[in-house]
Design a protein around this ligand. Structure first.
Ligand SMILES: Cc1ncc(COP(=O)(O)O)c(C=O)c1O
Length: 414
C-alpha cells in the first residue's frame, strides 16, 4: 500500500500535491519520491523490531542523496557495496559508525578507505579478502578501525525466487560456506583480529517468512558453534530481501519480518537490517508521457518516454510494475506500454488496461523507488531523468535531469 497516493477529482495526487503539476514543471520521465513514505517505512521497522538493532538502508536500491539523507538525519545507518556508495553515504551524512560494507569484489583500496573512515562492519566474502584484512591488521600494529564480519551462505530453500534473486545458494558467488567461514573465524580469533559480526543475505523478493526463520535457525546453530570455541560476536547482520507484491501493492507485515529475527536478538546479539526494496520501492513512482500511439492489427501500443534505461528490472527479471494514468478515464482497453529504446525487451507493461489516452498524456509506474534510478543507464544516448521529492505539502528537485552536454562530457573530443 502507498499511503496518500490517490485520485482527487480524477487527478492522481500524493498527499496534497497534484502529480500532473510536478510532471509539467520538471518534465518526464521523472522519478517522484515521498519522503514521508520512505521515512515512515524505516520508522515502522524500527518500532516492529523491539530489540537492540541498527537499520542500515541499502543504498543499492536507491541512492538519491536528498532522499537517503532523511534516513541519515533520523539516526539510521547505510549498507554499501562499493567505494562509490561509501562516498555517497558519507555525503548524505551517515555516520561511518553506522555503515556496513558488503560485496564480493571489494578492492584493496576500497577496504583501505573503509578502514580509514572507521565503518561499523566490513562483511568479508572470501578468503582472499580476509588475507588482505589480516595484512592490514598486522601492518597497522595489530588494530583495525572497523569491525570484521564474515558473510555466510546458510542454505535455505530459495526455489521460488527468480534465479538472479536467490543468492544464498551453495553455488552462488556470494559469501562463504559455513565450513569455510568457521575456519576463517577461528583464524581471525587466533590472530587477535576478534571478529565481531556475522553476516548473511539470502536474496531478494522474499515474501515467505519461513525462509528467514529457517536461516535464523542455522545462524543460531552456527553462532553457538563459534561460542564453543570462545568466539562471541556482537552483531548479526541479517541482510535485506523483504519482498513486495508489485501487483497488489502489498507486503508481508514488518512485524512478522522483524519477529523472524527475534530468536537471534534473544541470544544477546544486536541485529543489523540491510533493508532496501521494502522501504524504497513503494516510496517512489516513475511518471512518463505518451509520445506516440500506435495501433497495429495485433496490438495497440502506447510508446512512452521512459523505458529500460530507467526501469531495467523489467527486462532483467521479467518484473511486473503496475501502471495507472495520472488522469482517470471512463473506458479501459488493453495497451502494451513500451519504451522508446531499440530493444524488444523494452516494455513497461503488457496488456495494461488503460483509458484511451491521447499523446502527451501521463502515466504513472508504481513501486518504482527501488532498483530503478540506481540501475539507470545512458543507453541509446538517453540522459538520466530528473528526480523530485515530495515532503509534507511541498515538493523540490532532488536531482536535476542530465544535460546533453553532460552526456558527452567524459569524451575527449578536441
Ligand atoms: C548484501 C545485500 N544486502 C542488502 C540488500 C538489499 O536487499 P533488498 O532491497 O531486497 O531489501 C541486497 C540486495 O541485493 C544485498 O545484496
Amino acid at each position: 500500500m502507498i499511503i496518500n497516493l490517490e485520485y482527487k477529482n480524477g487527478e492522481l495526487s500524493w498527499g496534497e500535491v497534484k502529480l500532473r503539476k510536478i510532471a509539467e514543471e520538471f518534465g518526464t520521465p521523472l522519478f517522484v519520491y515521498s519522503a514521508d513514505e520512505f521515512l515512515g517505512r524505516l520508522k515502522l521497522l524500527d518500532r516492529c523490531a523491539d530489540y537492540r538493532k541498527l537499520i542500515c538502508f541499502s543504498l543499492k536500491s536507491n541512492s538519491v542523496i536528498p532522499l537517503i539523507r532523511e534516513a541519515a538525519e533520523n539516526g539510521f545507518g547505510a549498507d554499501v557495496v562499493s567505494g562509490g556508495e561509501l562516498f555517497i553515504a558519507e555525503k548524505a551524512g551517515f555516520s561511518p559508525k553506522k555503515i556496513v560494507f558488503s560485496g564480493i569484489g571489494k578492492t584493496n583500496e576500497e577496504i583501505f578507505q573503509a578502514e580509514q573512515k572507521g565503518i561499523l562492519l566490513l562483511n568479508i566474502e572470501s578468503e582472499s579478502e580476509y588475507k588482505f584484512v589480516k595484512k592490514l591488521f598486522s601492518e597497522s600494529g595489530g588494530k583495525l578501525n572497523f569491525g570484521v564480519s564474515f558473510r555466510v551462505k546458510f542454505e535455505v530453500e530459495l526455489e521460488k525466487l527468480h534465479p538472479y534473486l536467490g543468492v544464498g545458494k551453495k553455488d552462488s558467488k556470494f559469501g562463504l560456506s559455513e565450513e569455510e567461514a568457521f575456519l576463517l573465524y577461528e583464524d581471525a580469533f587466533k590472530s587477535k583480529i576478534y571478529p565481531n559480526g556475522l553476516h548473511f543475505h539470502l536474496g531478494s523478493q522474499i515474501k515467505d517468512m519461513e525462509i528467514f526463520r529457517k536461516a535464523v535457525e542455522l545462524a543460531i546453530r552456527f553462532l553457538s558453534k563459534l561460542k564453543e570455541k570462545g568466539i562471541k560476536l556482537e552483531w548479526v547482520d541479517v541482510g535485506g530481501g523483504l519482498g513486495l507484491d508489485y501487483e497488489n501493492l502489498t507486503e508481508p507485515s514488518f512485524k512478522d519480518y522483524a519477529d523472524s529475527f527475534k530468536p537471534i536478538a534473544d541470544e544477546g546479539y544486536k541485529i543489523i537490517f540491510e533493508i532496501g526494496r521494502a522501504v524504497s520501492a513503494p516510496s517512489g513512482i516513475l511518471i512518463t508521457k505518451v509520445i506516440r500511439k500506435k495501433k497495429t492489427s495485433a496490438k495497440n501500443f502506447l510508446i512512452v518516454d521512459a523505458g529500460m534505461t530507467e526501469i531495467l528490472r523489467i527486462p532483467l527479471y521479467k518484473a511486473y510494475h503496475k501502471i495507472i494514468p495520472l488522469t482517470q478515464g471512463d473506458s479501459e482497453q488493453p495497451f502494451d506500454v513500451v519504451g522508446p529504446i531499440c530493444e524488444n525487451s523494452d516494455y513497461i507493461g503488457q496488456n495494461v488496461l488503460l483509458p484511451d489516452l491521447e499523446e502527451g498524456e501521463f502515466l504513472c509506474v508504481l513501486y518504482a523507488g527501488a532498483y530503478t534510478s540506481s540501475m539507470s543507464s545512458n543507453y541509446n544516448g538517453r540522459t538520466f531523468p530528473a528526480e523530485v521529492i515530495i515532503k509534507g505539502n511541498r515538493f523540490f528537485l532532488a536531482r536535476r535531469r542530465q544535460t546533453l552536454h553532460e552526456l558527452i562530457s567524459r569524451d575527449q573530443i578536441d
